[in-house]
Ligand binder design. Structure first.
Ligand code: PEP
Ligand code: MG
Length: 579
C-alpha cells in the first residue's frame, strides 16, 4: 500500500511502525471535600514543579542536540508555568469550585487557549499551542502517566502520531525514531521545522495514517517525496535501501557547501537566495545556506485569516526577517500578489473566467489604493532594519510602474513628516512575469533598481499554457527556446542600463537550467530553501567562461528536449547531483 502525504523533512527512513497512542480522553471532573482542598492544591503545585524540572532538563538536551533557538520554546513553557495566568487560575478554581486539579487546570487552559486563538497577531495565536503543550505535560503528571510513551521506544521505529508537539519532537531520539509521520500539519508546522533541523525524515498531513497502518507493519518513509509504503516487498525494500544510502551520502556531501561562497570555479560570483512565505520559512532557509531572501511572498501573511493584516502586523513580519539576515544579506519583499490561484475570500472579489489574466497582483493594488498604501508603509518602516528591497509583481506597463512608485513616494513623504525612520536608499524593483514587460524591459529598466524574473508566470504567458493544467504541461517548460530567448533579452536590457537581474521562479533552482542562466549573466538565483546547497555545489564546479559559450549555443537549439540533452551531456555534474 502506498500513501501520499506532505514531504516535510528530507531523507528515507524504514522500520516497524510505532503508533503513538495519544491521550485525548475527556478530563474527569469531581468534587473535593472542603477538608481536602488544601491537599489537592498542594498536589497540583507539586506536579507543576515536576513539570518545570522536566522542562529545565529538556532545555539542556535541546540546546545540546538541536540548538539554542529551539530550546527557547521550553523557556516559554517554564514562563507559562511560573505565570499566574494559568496556574493561578487553576488553583483559584480548585478552591472556588471545589473541584479536582485536572478539571481546574483543563478549565483554566481552555479559557486562555480560546482567548489566544481569537487574536489577530499570528505570534499570539501560536501561544495557544504552547498553552496546550504545557497543559498536557502537567495533566500527564496529574494522571500519573509516564511523561511520554516516546521515552519507552527501545527499537528503531517509524513513529506515527496524530500530531507531535514541539516538546514531543524535541524528545525524539534520532537513533530510536528513524522517521515520523503525522496525520495533521503542514510543511511549516513546528514539528516539521524541527524535524528538518534535527534531520529526521518526516511526512506530515497524512490523513488517517494511524488507522491505515498498524503498529508493527513494516514502513518505508520517503521524506523527499512525501510517500509512505506499507509492508513493501523485498525488492522495494532493497531499492529504497540503495536510495537511502545514496541520499545520506549526498546530504552529508552537500552540507560541505554551507560555508562555501556562491562562486564558479573561475571566480564569477552570484547570489543564491531563498523564496519564503513567512518568517518561519526564513529561519529554515538560513539553515539551508541561503544568502538572503530573493522573494518574500507577502500574500501568505494575508491568507488563512478573516481580515486584512494591520500595518503593524506586517511591519513585524517583515522586520523580523530583515533582522535575521542582517545588513549584508538582502530581503526582497514582494508586494501583495493575490488573484490567479491565490484567493482572499474576505475581499469578496467577483469570479473571473480567466483569473490568471484578470484582476490580480499590482492591478488590484493600484485599484485598492488604501490596502496597498498600508502594505507599502509597513515595508518602508521595516526598511530601517537589515537590507530590505521592495518589489512589485505582475507589472505590464511603464504607467503601472510609475503609479506604484507615486504611491510609494506618497507613503515615504508621510513617514518623513511623522519623523518615522526608514531607509531612503531602499532599492525598488519589479518582477518580469508578463511578456509585455519583458518586451519593453529596456524602458522599464531605466526606472527600477532591479528585475526579478518570475518564470512560473512568465512561462505560462509566453507559451499560452495554464500553469495549473497538466494536459498542456509539455508547454509549461522553462527550457522552451522561446522562454530562454525572452529571459536573455531581459537580462541584457537590464545590464545595458547597469541594473542587476534575479530570478525567483522555480526555474532558478532547476539544475539543468542553472548553467544556461549563469551563462546568460543572471546575477541572483532565488529558490526553495532545499535547492540552495545543490545549486551551490553545481555552481562551484562550473566555469563561467564555458557557460557563456554554452548559453549561446543553447539559444540556437530548436526544442526543449534538445536543450536539455545538450546541457546535461556538456555538464556531467548535473547527473551526479541528481542521482
Ligand atoms: C513567478 O511567477 O515565477 C513567481 C515567483 O511568482 P508566483 O509563483 O508567486 O506567482
Ligand atoms: Mg507570479
Amino acid at each position: 500500500m502506498n500513501l501520499q502525504g506532505i514531504a516535510a523533512a528530507p531523507g528515507i527512513a524504514m522500520g516497524p511502525a510505532f503508533i503513538l497512542q495519544q491521550d485525548n480522553s475527556i478530563v474527569e471532573k469531581y468534587n473535593i471535600d472542603e477538608a481536602e482542598l488544601e491537599a489537592e492544591t498542594k498536589r497540583f503545585e507539586a506536579k507543576v514543579n515536576v513539570a518545570i524540572e522536566q522542562l529545565q532538563q529538556l532545555i539542556e538536551t535541546t540546546r545540546h542536540n538541536i540548538g539554542d533557538e529551539k530550546a527557547k520554546i521550553f523557556e516559554t513553557h517554564i514562563f507559562l508555568l511560573e505565570d499566574e495566568e494559568l496556574v493561578g487560575a487553576a488553583k483559584e478554581a480548585i478552591l472556588a469550585e471545589r473541584i479536582n486539579a485536572e478539571a481546574a487546570l483543563d478549565g483554566a487552559a481552555q479559557a486562555i487557549i480560546a482567548m489566544f486563538e481569537s487574536m489577530e497577531d499570528e505570534n499570539l495565536r501560536e501561544r495557544a499551542a504552547d498553552i496546550r503543550d504545557v497543559t498536557s505535560r502537567v495533566m500527564r503528571l496529574l494522571k500519573g502517566q509516564d511523561d511520554s510513551a516516546l521515552t519507552a521506544i527501545q527499537e528503531p521505529v517509524v513513529l506515527i502520531a496524530h500530531d507531535l508537539t514541539p516538546s514531543d519532537t524535541a524528545q525524539l531520539n534520532r537513533n530510536k525514531t528513524v522517521g515520523f509521520i503525522t496525520e495533521i500539519g503542514g510543511k511549516t508546522s513546528h514539528s516539521a521545522i524541527m524535524a528538518r533541523s534535527m534531520q529526521i525524515p518526516a511526512v506530515v498531513g497524512l490523513r488517517d495514517a494511524g488507522t491505515q497502518v498498524q503498529s508493527g507493519d513494516y514502513v518505508i518513509l520517503d521524506g523527499n517525496r512525501g510517500v509512505v509504503l506499507v509492508n513493501p516487498g523485498p525488492e522495494m525494500i532493497n531499492h529504497y535501501k540503495q536510495l537511502q544510502r545514496k541520499d545520506e551520502a549526498r546530504q552529508a556531501e552537500l552540507r560541505r557547501f554551507m560555508e562555501r561562497p556562491s562562486v564558479t570555479a573561475d571566480g564569477h560570483k552570484v547570489e543564491l537566495a531563498a523564496n519564503i512565505g513567512n518568517p518561519k520559512d526564513a529561519f529554515a532557509a538560513k539553515g539551508n545556506g541561503a544568502e538572503g531572501i530573493g522573494l518574500y511572498r507577502s500574500e501568505f501573511l494575508y491568507m488563512g485569516r478573516n481580515d486584512l493584516p494591520t500595518e503593524d502586523e506586517q511591519y513585524q513580519a517583515y522586520k523580523v526577517v530583515a533582522e535575521m539576515f542582517g545588513q549584508e544579506q538582502p530581503v526582497v519583499i514582494r508586494t501583495l500578489d493575490i488573484g490567479g490561484d491565490k484567493e482572499l475570500p474576505y475581499l469578496s472579489l467577483p469570479e473571473e473566467a480567466n483569473p490568471f489574466l484578470g484582476y490580480r497582483a499590482i492591478r488590484l493594488c493600484l485599484d485598492q489604493v488604501e490596502l496597498f498604501k498600508t502594505q507599502l508603509r509597513a515595508i518602508v518602516r521595516a526598511s530601517a532594519f537589515g537590507n530590505i528591497k521592495l518589489m512589485y509583481p505582475m507589472i505590464a506597463t511603464l504607467q503601472e510602474l510609475r503609479q506604484a512608485n507615486a504611491l510609494l513616494n506618497e507613503v515615504k513623504a508621510g513617514l518623513e513628516q511623522e519623523n518615522i525612520a526608514f531607509n531612503r536608499q531602499m532599492e525598488v524593483g519589479m518582477m518580469i512575469e508578463v511578456p509585455g514587460a519583458a518586451i519593453i524591459a529596456d524602458q522599464l529598466a531605466k526606472e527600477v533598481d532591479f528585475f526579478s524574473i518570475g518564470t512560473n508566470d512568465l512561462v505560462q504567458y509566453v507559451m499560452a499554457a495554464d500553469r495549473m493544467n497538466e494536459r498542456v504541461s509539455y508547454l509549461s517548460e522553462p527550457l522552451q527556446p522561446a522562454v530562454l530567448r525572452i529571459i536573455k533579452q531581459v537580462i541584457d536590457a537590464a545590464h545595458a542600463r547597469g541594473k542587476w537581474v534575479g530570478m525567483c521562479g522555480e526555474m532558478a533552482g532547476n539544475l539543468t537550467a542553472v548553467p544556461i542562466l549563469l551563462g546568460m549573466g543572471l546575477d541572483e538565483f532565488s529558490m526553495g530553501g532545499g535547492s540552495v546547497l545543490p545549486v551551490r555545489a553545481l555552481l562551484n564546479k562550473l566555469r563561467y567562461s564555458e557557460m557563456r559559450a554554452l548559453a549561446e549555443e543553447v539559444l540556437e537549439l530548436v526544442s526543449s528536449e534538445e536543450i536539455r540533452s545538450y546541457v546535461e551531456s556538456n555538464v556531467p555534474a548535473i547527473a551526479e547531483l541528481n542521482e
